[in-house]
Design a protein around this ligand. Sequence first.
Ligand code: C5P
Length: 212
Amino acid sequence: PSSTVITIDGPAASGKSSVARILAQRLGYIYVNTGNMYRAMTWAVLQTGIDPNDQDAVRQAAAGIVVDSPVTEGQTQVSISGRILSAEDLNSDPVNRGVSLVARVPEVRSRLVADQRALADLGPLVMEGRDIGSVVFPESPLKFYIDASEEVRAARRSAQGHTDQVAERDRLDSTRKTSPLVIPEGAVVIDNSHLTLEGAVQAVLDRLPPTE
Ligand code: C5P
């Protein structure tokens, strides 16, 4: 990449977004939540009225949709046709149910991966997702995989008021053919089941070379 990219991957509700956001703030890097790019694509695909289980229909609908990632206040937003999507749009139940079905389509992934790589031209990044260390920036020397136990992740998700089936999303994300969720080669694994948010951020900071 053209700048430093710290990659953070892990399953749903592992706490990786909070860790990535705070880490980016501490370092003055741009925070990129790639899950929101897949969520924005899903939101727009669902607007067309197609069934997200139908991979051909998803492929066709997605081909006409552009997800932009403008940067505001040190982090990327996601927008469709100039409209920035809200957290409510991105985290709605239909999007939660459909996102892993949209994200498994190879043509959707290749386009968003190209956009994600281009973001490194903007400056140093903390980029978070499922395939950032394995596929998007496999050459990065700064890779992390943040995990938490099934129980802790379920509790975190229900505390956030979400009713989606986290386990089903993880199953789809881990078993899809293209870029499944894996621990990237060379990644430092941090289990934050029993860490505070600050403790998890510190665990990442402790593993960075002194120049970061
Ligand atoms: O990170 P978040 O849980 O918001 O991601 C939503 C979904 O987007 C994931 O369940 C996965 O299907 C997809 N995703 C992906 N690759 C990424 C980031 C997210 O497939 N790099």
